[in-house]
Design a protein around this ligand. Structure first.
Ligand code: ITT
Length: 210
């Protein structure tokens, strides 16, 4: 079976991507599965640039069909912050980053705490050297305190409009139906599930990077 590498160091992302892509006809590998140890520095100025950077750097080195993902939380009252800085805006743990956000929004009323998660997935094919991106988003509010322990990252403070509860309260299968990542991956799946051979298909539709 053909292999598809997930180029992320985030175990929460690995779990979700493996779950969402479980029905495709590829053997899905994580970086740990193949013993890949290097880190890719995220120097891009957008989700798209960073997702492409991760997919291409690791796909070229491993020679595997590779997906990279870049995602973030955008808070309207903070002019979209932290966005591409979501993983690194504050030193420390996920809890420290959540505390920083709750502090910044402490005087903001519920109706003005609107936010969204965004995800961009880049698919890099080492045979054709072509790359294609897929995006997804989901809308919600930032709660005033943590609610629920499921998911990862900001999930305990992200109240999903689709689910009517926080991602921290949601089961994996609920989040993975409507999340930003699920929506981007659904678009990717349509390409991967095509009956045309992958190299031919990408030759026809993907943007060449070289
Ligand atoms: P990789 O670069 O190795 O993929 P990362 O965690 O550094 O891992 P990003 O640079 O894309 O990934 O950072 C995205 C951050 O946004 C992530 O660390 C979380 O804090 C947050 N985030 C993104 N999607 C999320 C989700 O579904 N649930 C909770 N937090 C999420």
């Amino acid at each position: 079976m053909r292999q598809l590498l997930i180029a992320t160091r985030n175990p929460g992302k690995v779990r979700e991507i493996k779950d969402i892509l479980q029905d495709i006809s590829y053997e899905i590998k994580s970086l740990d599965d193949i013993g890949y140890k290097e880190n890719v520095e995220e120097t891009g100025k957008s989700y798209e640039e960073n997702a492409i950077l991760k997919a291409k750097t690791i796909g070229k080195e491993t020679n595997l069909l590779t997906i990279g993902e870049d995602s973030g939380l955008e808070i309207d009252m903070l002019e979209g912050w932290p966005a591409i800085h979501s993983a690194r805006h504050t030193l420390g743990t996920d809890d420290d980053k959540i505390d920083k956000i709750l502090e910044k929004l402490s005087s903001v009323p519920r109706e003005k705490r609107t936010a969204r998660y965004k995800s961009v997935i880049a698919l890099y094919d080492p045979v054709s050297h072509k790359v294609q991106t897929f995006d997804g988003s989901c809308e919600g509010y930032i709660t005033e305190k943590r609610i629920g322990k499921n998911g990862f990252g900001y999930d305990p403070i992200f109240w999903s409009k689709d689910l009517g509860k926080t991602f921290g309260q949601a089961e994996d299968r609920e989040k993975n139906r409507i999340s930003h990542r699920a929506r981007a991956l659904l678009k990717l799946k349509k390409i991967l599930n095509t009956k045309v051979s992958i190299e031919n298909h990408f030759g026809g539709v993907m943007n060449s990077d070289e």
